[in-house]
Design a binder for this molecule. Sequence first.
Ligand code: AMP
Length: 582
Amino acid sequence: MNYSEIAKPKTKEMQVAPNLLGEGDLTSKTPWPEIERELGVDGRDSFNLAQLAIDRHCENGWGDKVALLWEGKDGGEEAYTFEQLRTLTNKFAHALAGLGVQKGDRVFIFAGRVPELYVSVFGTLKLGAIIGPLFSAFGPDPVRDRLLDSGAEVLITTPDLKARLSTILKDLPQLRHTILIEREVKAAELDQGDVRYEQAMAAAPSDPPDTTTSREDYSIMHYTSGTTGKPKGAVHVHNAAIQHYATGKWALDLHPDDIYWCTADPGWVTGTSYGMSAPWLNGVTQLIYESGFGASAWYSAIQKHRVTVWYTAPTAIRMLMKAGDEITQKYNLSSLRHICSVGEPLNPEAVLWGHRVFHQAIHDNWWQTETGAILIANYPFMAVRPGSMGKPIPGTTPGIIDEAGNEMPHDAEGDLAVRPGWPSMFRAYWNNEALYRSRFNNGWYITGDRARKDKDGYFWFVGRTDDVINTAGHLVGPFEVESAFMEHPAVAEAGVIGKPDPLAMEVVKAFVALKGNYEPTDNLRRELMRFIRSRLSAAVAPREIEFLPSLPKTRSGKIMRRLLKAKELGLPLGDTSTLEED
Ligand code: AMP
C-alpha cells in the first residue's frame, strides 16, 4: 500500500524529549507495574482518583502550582492551585455528606465549564459517590432519562439550566437535592430540597472526608448511545486513574511545564478523562476555556495562555480549516508543541493542513466511552500516516477480528476489538448486566467499530457496525431521536439516519410519516425541528426532515433505517441485500 507519511521527527531536535522515545517503548507488555509505582499505588488496593489527581501533588510539594486556569465567557480569569483545589474538593465532599449522600450514590452535574464544576466532580469522587456529568446543551428529555435510569439523588446545576428542566423535575422522585451554582444568576428562588453551592461550601469543613475507596469502586458514569433503546450508563472505577495518567504521559506527552487545553465538553467522556483526570494526574496546568468554538477566539486563547499541548476534535479542526490559513498567521501559535485529536475520523487533509499551518502533525487517537481512556494513538516520536488512528497503547491489545473472534490478516477489514483487562475498562452498564456481557465475545471486548491494521501495525478506522450516528464527535442514538418525534401529535412514524457531511462527518436526518389529518408543510417541518431541539439539544437535533407517506419496515414492524440510508446515499435500488432487519 502506498502511504504518504509525515516523517518521523528527529527526537533529538525536538524542544522537549517525548516521554516515549521509539517503537521499543510501545512493545512493553507489562508497563503497568512501573506506572503504578510512579503514581504511588503499587501494592495498594485502596486509592481515590481525586486524591491522586489533586492531593498527591500537595503532598509532593506542588501545592502552589496552578492546576486550573480558567478563562470565562467575558474574558475574566481565575486560577486555582492544587492546594486550593484540595481544600475546595474536601469541602464539597463534606457538603454532599451533609445532604446525606453516601458512597455509591449517584450525583449528577449539569453545568457549563465553570470552576465549580471541577470542584464538584472531584469532591464527589473524594466522597466515593458516583459522578454523572451531563452535556450542558441537553434539553430536558435526555437529562430526565439519565437521572431516572441512574436513580440520581443529587443534581448540581445553575439556576438558568434548572429552569430548562422545569417540565421534568417533577418526574424524578429519587432526586432529593439540587445544588445551585449561582455564578451568573444570584439569589435564585429555591424550591424544596434546593441548596446554594456557596452556602453549602461556606459551612463545610476543609479536612479530608473520612472515606476510603478501593480500586474497583465505581467513580464516573457516562451515558452512551446504542442502536436500540435509550442511552446506557457506562460505569468506570477509580482504577481508571492508572490509564488516564499513563496515556496522558504517552499519547498526550504531558510534561510538568505544559499548559494543556482540552476542548471537549465536560459532559462527554473526553471532557472527564482528558479534560480533568489525565492532566491533573500528570500535575499539569490546564486551561479551562468557558466559551464554545470560534477560530479567532481559540487562536487567541492559545497565544495568550501559551498553550503547549492541545487536545481537540476533527470537526473543530475542519471548522478551523474553513476559517482559512491567513487567520492563523495573525497569532503567535509557536507555543504549541503537541496537537492531538479524537472522537471521529480525522481525514488526511486535516492532518496535512495542520502540518502546514502549525508545522507539526495532528496526532489522531482512538478510544470510546467504554474504554475509558485512549487505546490507539499516534505518538510524538513516530511517523504519522494521515488518516490512521495510530498504534496500540503499551500494555493493551486491540485487534481486528472476524465473527468467530479470530484475528484477521493485515489490511483485512474486521471488527475492532480489545483483549479485556486494560486498567480503564468500563465495569458495567448501569442496571444492564446482559447488555454488558453481550459486548464480550471469545475473549474480546467488541467495540462496535470496523477497522483494519496495516503490516506495520497502524490501525485505520472504517466505520461503525451499528446505526449510531457520529455528528461532530457526539454519538447520537437514532432511537432517542425517533422517540422524541413520536411524542409530537402529528407524527405517525419516524426513522433517523446519519447523512454524510463534510464538516460534522454526519448530520442527523429524519424521515417522518404523518398522521392522516396532517399536511407535510414547511411550517410543520419547522415546528418539528423546534420541537426536537427544545427536547433533546440543538447539537443532536436533525438538520433535515423529509416527509414520506410511510416508512419501510421489516415484517415485524421495525423501521429499516438501513434502507432509508441506502436511499439517501443513492445506492442502487437492488442493493438492499446487505440491509439487515435489526
Ligand atoms: P464515544 O463513546 O462517544 O466517545 O464515541 C466513541 C466512538 O467515536 C468510537 O467508537 C468511534 O466510532 C468514534 N471515534 C472515536 N475516536 C475516533 C477516531 N480517532 N477515528 C474514528 N472514529 C473515532
